[in-house]
Design a protein around this ligand. Structure first.
Ligand SMILES: Cc1cc2nc3c(=O)[nH]c(=O)nc-3n(C[C@H](O)[C@H](O)[C@H](O)COP(=O)(O)OP(=O)(O)OC[C@H]3O[C@@H](n4cnc5c(N)ncnc54)[C@H](O)[C@@H]3O)c2cc1C
Length: 433
């Protein structure tokens, strides 16, 4: 792997910030700010949406930083071992999502043996061949996390880890700066534009925007890795099913809206993993085979849904297109209004916490739509005039900029394949993914 000059300087800049930070520690003890930094665009949250938003704005020329409270990228997906990048195609052989979502889907190919399904590997084949498999990818978390960091640094994004945004200062209906902590060091981040990619609309909520908590609650679905006697590692996804089967009444009770509820949810996930593994080992023993041992469990809350924007702004320009992982056929538009926070003029929301109809949430939360909303938010941030408002953003310019960066927004892509007869979309088992 080539670690070039740029990486060295990016690392040195981050180190410089730490040194400056440390030199002012006495201020931290007094409770005052120790470091102030200024950007065109600050992205809060380094999941897939935040990574896409940061890449898009930095590539469009905006001075961008990404603030992540853990020490790796990918959020729920990588740290929760959610390793299926849902499809970019409609299931009838036609790709509908382009741009950074596709770049991130294919990213692990550079660092691992992960390859897209079937004919999608080379994106060549007849309609019948391409429709025989969906354009999706099963990947491992490590290469994805490392690859994302490479991409961001190469694009000039400043990446801050272990940095938790916990305060927002507003002036005249816009965010002036966000406050964050890294250990006991305090940071103030000023910018012209902000993107909330926290997975739970945390920044929007801090600004007083209305958010919805996870309505139906969350099933405890823990994906984990096991290792066998030959030190070979493989994935298990059965913990959610185990819980559903054995504790059906509790299976959907976790709303994620309190400390107790969130803690109990993860304890339930852990219990389900232990039970699932014990059940597998009982079966293996009965078959005269060696047991498998738990190797790695999710290190991130595996709540499918925390909270999301209750409603976005009125702007309905189409800024992305995505398909339905549950069934071949349906194709949906992503609208700019789903990202806007009506009460805050320089904030967009990206990822699983954008505004959407309740019945659409199960699709919007998946990686293609998360990345598409991130790319749209980052592109818009780079276009936002100094002191401007997203309400006044030129949506034609936003769409042109997205098109120029490889996104496809053709109206025809939104027309479902004639072979789709419509109707119920619940084809794959719901709940586990
Ligand atoms: C069991 C399960 C299975 C799933 N299966 C699939 C699947 O197969 N395919 C698929 O496409 N999707 C799947 N999903 C959904 C998908 O993984 C997530 O919806 C998606 O990863 C969300 O991405 P995001 O960037 O919007 O948010 P997140 O991944 O939640 O990222 C938010 C980031 O923000 C950071 N953050 C939060 N608050 C702060 C703060 N205050 N300051 C700084 N940083 C902060 C977090 O640490 C995190 O890194 C599944 C989810 C679950 C739970």
């Amino acid at each position: 792997m080539d670690f070039g000059r740029r990486d060295f300087f990016a690392g040195a800049a981050a180190l410089g910030a730490t040194v400056a930070f440390g030199a002012r520690k006495s201020k931290v003890r007094r409770g005052g700010p120790s470091l102030g930094l200024e950007y065109d665009h600050v992205v809060i949250g380094g999941g897939f949406a935040g990574v896409a938003a940061s890449l898009a704005s930095a590539r469009a020329g905006a001075k961008t930083c990404l603030v992540e409270r853990t020490s790796v990228l990918g959020g729920l997906s990588t740290q929760g071992h959610v390793i299926v990048f849902m499809p970019l195609c409609d299931g009838f052989g036609r790709q509908v999502t382009y741009g950074i979502p596709e770049e991130l889907l294919r990213l692990p190919m550079k660092y691992s043996a992960a390859r897209p399904n079937g004919f999608w590997k080379n994106k060549k084949g007849t309609k019948a061949e391409l429709s025989s498999k969906r354009y999706e990818l099963v990947f491992d978390p490590g290469p994805m996390m490392l690859g994302m960091e490479r991409l961001l640094l190469e694009a000039g994004v400043e990446v801050f880890y272990d940095c938790d945004v916990d305060g927002v200062d507003m002036e005249d209906g816009r965010i002036a700066e966000v406050r964050a902590h890294c250990g006991c060091d305090a940071v103030r981040l000023k910018a012209n534009a902000f993107t909330d990619a926290t997975g739970a609309a945390v920044v929007a909520e801090r600004c007083g925007a209305v958010v919805n908590a996870g309505i139906k609650g969350n099933i405890p679905g823990g994906w984990y890795y096991v290792v066998n006697e030959k030190r070979q590692v493989s994935m298990r996804t059965g913990a959610g099913r185990f819980f559903k089967k054995n504790f059906p009444l509790e299976a959907r009770n976790y709303r994620g809206d309190s400390l107790i509820d969130r803690s109990l949810h993860m304890q339930a996930v852990h219990k389900a993993i232990l039970q699932d593994n014990a059940e597998e080992n009982r079966r293996l023993k009965a078959e005269g085979k060696s047991p498998v041992h738990i190797f790695s469990i999710p290190t991130y809350s595996t709540m499918l849904k925390l909270q999301k924007l209750a409603c976005g702004g009125p702007e309905d320009a189409i800024v992305g297109i995505f398909s339905d992982w549950r069934k071949s056929g349906p194709v949906y538009p992503l609208k700019f209004g789903q990202l806007t926070v009506p009460s805050v003029s320089n904030l967009l929301v990206a990822g699983r916490c954008i505004a959407c109809a309740e019945e659409m949430w199960d699709v919007v939360r998946c990686l293609p739509a998360c990345c598409a909303s991130g790319q749209a938010a980052g592109t818009a941030a780079a276009l936002l005039a100094k002191g401007g408002s997203y309400a006044g953003l030129d949506s034609a310019a936003l769409r042109s900029s997205l098109l120029a960066s490889g996104v496809k927004l053709d109206d025809e892509l939104l027309v479902p394949d004639p072979a789709w007869k419509g109707g119920d979309v619940k084809e794959r088992e719901e709940g586990v993914f």
